[in-house]
Design a protein around this ligand. Structure first.
Ligand code: FES
Ligand SMILES: [Fe+2]
Length: 390
């Protein structure tokens, strides 16, 4: 018997039926609910300050109070205006709506007063939605959802990211594409074709093919209970393609530092719920790139890029910080990944009306992407829908 299931608002029923075993992924236009998402770096929110950010369609306001970060929905209960339009914080722990004085406690969201109507029966009985926050590795993570008990952060970050000796540096920006096109651009085995001219080749020894032929044995599904859920792609098991040939003539070549067979740029990539890529040995030897594609709304995502480096001493830390500023940020996160960004934005219109998900014509190595769509559909903790934003 086929499953009868209603599609969320904004999702096409005909497409949902056609995509089959990755229906959840297709429906998760606004992302997967009940997961942890990094929204900003800790350094961007000083004591007593506030910032606004939209995640999975949810308008959030964050404030740091006595070192701890709290997040509430940026929408007054009274008439729905954004509190952030003119934030009034008369006490350290509260925020008052600028319009009629509804006053909320940052830590809980509770309506603690209405300054223009202090005897209202609503006081103490209602609250604005608040969201759990956790800081790790210099990032502010917010839990978008309502699960109780909360799943631990370790389950929503790639293996190794929280290691004590890993120093993490990075940057973020908004990209005009759906978050899934970010995940798929990063994990897509064939898209290295776009990187063949990268300036990164001037800064390191680089064996970087223009593509790969399909090898199903390279893919591992990681679905251990209590751990992160993801798909790993082992580059050492791929057969690299070095030259592009048209009518017997070589027209492009991948940068190749020496004659060693295989890719030396990275030992492999993996993609994890709720939408975070890990690239081993990249952008330089001994480094690991971790990057998140955090849904803002259906057409945009926060591209939050980080590079992790194992450090033991203060000297190691300084050295990595200097290299990050001088090489890895400009030539890796900006230069190399700049190509990824425009590729996603140019792909977006094809998928924007949803029919791209069934009109696309994938080829053999794209099977790794399909594994990710299926795994994400099996293992997510919920789909964010427009109803969740009411
Ligand atoms: S709209 Fe916020 S108090 Fe009236
Ligand atoms: Fe890329």
């Amino acid at each position: 018997m086929s499953e009868q299931r209603e599609v969320p608002e904004g999702v096409r029923e005909d497409v949902a039926e056609m995509v089959g075993d990755w229906r959840d992924y297709y429906e998760a236009k606004l992302g997967f609910r009940n997961h942890w998402y990094p929204v900003r770096f800790s350094r961007e929110l000083a004591e007593g300050e506030m910032l606004t950010v939209k995640v999975l369609g949810e308008p959030l306001m964050l404030r740091r109070i006595d070192g701890e970060v709290f997040a509430i929905r940026d929408r007054c209960l009274h008439r729905g205006v954004p509190l952030s339009r003119k934030p009034d914080c008369y006490t350290k722990d509260t925020i008052t709506c600028w319009y009629h004085g509804y006053t909320y406690r940052w830590q809980t969201g509770e309506l603690v007063n209405i300054l223009a109507c202090p005897d209202s029966k609503l006081i103490g009985k209602r609250g604005i939605q608040s969201f759990p926050v956790q800081e790790a590795k210099g990032l502010i993570f917010v839990f978008i959802g309502d699960m109780d008990p909360l799943p631990p952060l370790e389950q929503d970050v790639p293996p190794g990211f929280l290691d004590d000796d890993l120093m993490v540096l990075g940057k973020h920006r908004d990209v005009n594409s759906n978050w899934r096109l970010g995940c798929e651009n990063g994990f897509d085995t064939l898209h290295i074709f776009i990187h063949k001219d990268t300036t990164l080749r001037h800064y390191r020894d680089f064996n970087f093919p223009i593509g790969h032929t399909a090898n199903p044995g390279a893919i591992t599904l990681v679905e251990n209970e209590g751990g992160p859920q993801g798909v790993e792609d082992d580059f050492s098991k791929h057969h690299p393609v070095w030259e592009g040939v048209i009518d017997d003539r070589i027209v492009v070549r991948g940068p190749r530092h020496n004659k060693v067979e295989g890719t030396s740029a990275s030992s492999g990539t993996s993609i994890w719920l709720p939408g975070v890529l890990k690239v081993d040995g990249f952008p330089g030897p001994g480094l690991t790139q971790f990057e998140w594609y955090v849904p803002i709304d259906a057409g945009r995502h926060i591209y939050l890029q980080t590079i992790g480096c194992k450090v033991e001493t203060e000297e190691d830390r300084v050295e990595f910080a200097n290299e990050f500023e001088a090489v890895w940020k400009p030539h890796g996160l900006d230069g190399f990944n700049g190509d990824d960004i425009w590729a996603r934005e140019v792909t977006e219109p094809f998928y924007a009306d949803d029919y791209g998900w069934v009109d696309e014509m994938l080829c053999e190595p794209d099977s790794s992407m399909l594994e990710w769509r299926r795994l994400a559909s099996r293992r997510n903790r919920g789909i964010q829908t427009p109803d969740d934003l009411r």
